[in-house]
Write a protein of this length. Structure first.
Length: 301
């Protein structure tokens, strides 16, 4: 069994405009690479608490505010460099990886899928998240980049493993040369799942049980008044007890390792979206009323 993920101390970049961006230490060292994971801090949206950097076109926010947020976020990423075009996805929780070859025109509308790879310069690949796992990959030897959106369904469909395979097949990337960053997402501490999810993982991965842990309900009311929650059901049939929690971070790190990416080339953010509602959007932590963050990577020519 590979060692568990090493959570790396995050570099939080603050701008004069108040926007805060999380950056991966390994990608920050690569010349000609721009990247970042947005937070909720420092934007123009009045939804979700006011002055929020919502980057998703949600029903609760105005399109003009989101477009203004996106321009501000990209400006913070690229600085004084020439403008870069942003490519996004209409994410469908799939294993579908879209390929932008050098001869292809850069799309002006979101592509349907959950991964995108390219060798285009001055193009930013963006993944939207609010709990799901954003994964950014860079290969400087082949001038190739990829961005992937991995919720539990996409993880079961091996979106990240497929992404690395596509970079090998289409751009002749050697996995040993890839540098990957797993951005802020919901961690196992907050990600309780049901039998459906457990069964899906067991059907696909021989190591599935290693991705789940038992977490007991820490509700302070139940701890203070335990008699109120006693049940007459037989042992093992009560709905009071440990829940199964899924480690999506480790699941996607394992896919990177299985695809041949060196462990030393994989960076993992420390933030859990559900725990850090002050900094990050969380669909689960905010009961569905949430904005969207974005993980972005690009090569500057």
């Amino acid at each position: 069994m590979p060692p568990t993920a090493t959570i790396r101390k995050t570099t939080l970049r603050r701008s004069g405009s108040g926007i805060q961006i999380i950056q991966a230490a390994n990608l920050s060292k690569l010349p000609g690479v721009v990247h970042g994971f947005s937070t909720r801090v420092g934007g123009f949206s009045q939804a979700y608490g006011g002055c929020q950097l919502n980057l998703g076109f949600t029903s609760s926010d105005g399109r003009q505010s989101v477009e203004r947020n996106r321009r501000a976020f990209i400006r913070e990423l690229i600085g004084k460099r020439d403008a870069c075009q942003l490519v996004t996805l209409r994410q469908i929780h799939s294993g579908l990886v879209r390929i932008l070859k050098s001869k292809d025109r850069i799309p002006t509308h979101p592509l349907r899928g959950d991964g995108v790879i390219t060798r285009h310069k001055n193009v930013l690949l963006g993944i939207q998240v609010a709990d799901c796992v954003p994964v950014l990959i860079v290969d400087l030897k082949r001038d190739a980049i990829g961005a992937f959106h991995a919720g539990w369904r996409g993880t079961v469909k091996r979106i990240v493993e497929r992404g690395v395979g596509s970079m090998r097949a289409v751009f002749a990337c050697d996995p040993a040369d890839l540098h990957a960053a797993i951005g802020p997402c919901i961690h196992s501490c907050c990600y309780a799942v049901g039998d459906e999810v457990i069964d899906e993982f067991r059907s696909q991965f021989s190591y599935a049980d290693e991705l789940f842990s038992e977490v007991y309900d820490r509700d302070p009311i139940k701890e203070k008044y335990p008699l109120l929650f006693l049940t007459a059901r037989a042992p093992g049939h009560s709905n009071i007890g440990p829940q199964k929690h899924l480690d999506l971070v480790e699941a996607n790190r394992r896919q990177l390792l299985d695809a041949g990416v060196p462990e030393s080339n994989i960076w993992v953010a420390e933030e859990c979206t559900s725990c850090r509602a002050d900094l990050l959007f969380s669909h689960r932590g905010e009961a569905g009323y949430s904005g969207r963050m974005m993980g972005v990577v690009g090569l500057i020519g």
